[in-house]
Design a protein around this ligand. Structure first.
Ligand code: UDP
Ligand code: MG
Length: 340
């Protein structure tokens, strides 16, 4: 069976980051928002694929549909599927909370040692999940699908290309397709990585930062058959802010003073030099200096510089008060001999 099936089965190998007991081999998590037409064919394809899966998965999987406050009949369809298939679990949100929240809810109740997330729209073939799982067998913790030949309108693929190039460049996590909803995880990743807001696009970045091994596998991609895409141009603006947040979280979260302090120091020093220069002129008799734009600049730089430094100090104070040792490191395993 799967190596993380249950912590209790391996008394000598504990996974300190995994609080959960994984009683199944595989959990499939599907975020659902207005996808009623796609759900029956998706469920049919998933079961078909899993019926022919390696034995370990075939007898030990669950499918979790998270209905993210759909306005169509998605929930009823999920409920009906659940009635006919005891391996299906359905979570219904009270309203639409977004894809990240839906994934989080699925992760929270997933019982599988490995977890697959897949979009409900059938644009990726569930049959490709074994390609992803194979990489987990190879020792990776997170495997992301790469839609190498993407069948989406240009208005989606173009921004996506830019997004992927920028994120890959800035974070050093070199994936071609961060935003693909089709991914495989070990339960440790899911337990460790903290998602909020619209962070689902950055799971590979956050996981890498926590020391997990991340890779990608090319998969086939179909045009959307039913329903509409939920993410349009609006996500670009928000994605940009999320990106700044992720850069900050993965680099300077622990040491805010390093970021704000260094910017602040540079500004203050430049401002001070300008003011000293003006003071020298004043003493030499080149008066008045009060009407010089340079004076405004110097004073402005000093004030903003000091504000940056104090922002950094406040950040350090928050960090100090919220200190949790587990945030500062991620343990893969502990080897010890426990007395019988
Ligand atoms: N989704 C969700 N909540 C939302 C928006 C989307 O659960 O608020 C789900 C949606 O049902 C689908 C997946 O997230 O299963 C990806 O959405 P979509 O296919 O519209 O995104 P795209 O592939 O077009 O980027
Ligand atoms: Mg899609």
């Amino acid at each position: 069976m799967h190596k993380h099936t249950s912590i209790q089965q391996h008394p000598a190998f504990t996974f300190p980051s995994v609080q959960r007991i994984c009683s199944l081999a595989l959990s499939i998590v599907v975020p659902v928002y207005n996808e009623d037409e796609s759900l029956p064919p998706l469920h049919r394809r998933l079961t078909q694929v899993l019926e022919t899966a390696p034995l370990a998965y075939r007898n030990s999987y669950e499918i979790i549909f998270v209905d993210d406050g759909s306005r169509d009949s998605s929930f009823d369809v999920c409920a009906k599927i659940q009635q006919s298939d005891p391996r299906v679990r359905v979570v219904q949100f009270r309203r639409n909370f977004g894809k990240t929240a839906a994934l989080n809810a699925g992760f929270a109740i997933a019982r599988g040692g490995r977890i697959i997330t897949i979009d409900a729209d059938m644009q990726e073939d569930p049959g490709d999940m074994f390609k992803l799982l194979e990489q987990i067998d190879q020792g990776y913790d997170l495997v992301s699908a790469w839609r190498k030949q993407r069948n989406d309108p240009l208005s989606k693929t173009l921004p996506s290309r830019v997004f992927n190039a920028v994120v890959s460049q800035m974070t050093g996590v070199h994936l071609h397709d961060f935003n693909c909803g089709f991914k495989a995880y070990t339960c440790e990743v899911v337990e460790d990585v903290q998602l909020y807001g619209e962070m689902h696009r950055f799971i590979p970045v956050l996981a890498t930062q926590r020391g997990f091994r991340v890779t990608e596998v090319p998969v086939a991609h179909q045009p959307r058959r039913f329903g509409k895409s939920k993410f349009g141009f609006k996500r670009l603006g928000r994605g940009y802010l999320d990106f700044i947040q992720v850069l900050f979280l993965t680099s300077y979260l622990r040491r805010p003073l390093r970021l704000f302090g260094s910017i602040g120091t540079i500004l203050t020093v430049v401002g001070t030099l300008i003011c000293v220069y003006l003071a020298v002129l004043w003493f030499q008799g080149y008066r008045p200096i009060g009407d010089r734009p340079l004076l405004t600049l110097g004073v402005l730089l000093m004030i903003t510089g000091l504000q940056f430094i104090s922002t950094g100090l406040i950040g350090e104070m928050l960090q100090y008060n919220n200190y949790k040792p587990g945030d500062e490191y991620a343990v893969r395993q502990i080897l010890e001999t426990t007395p019988e």
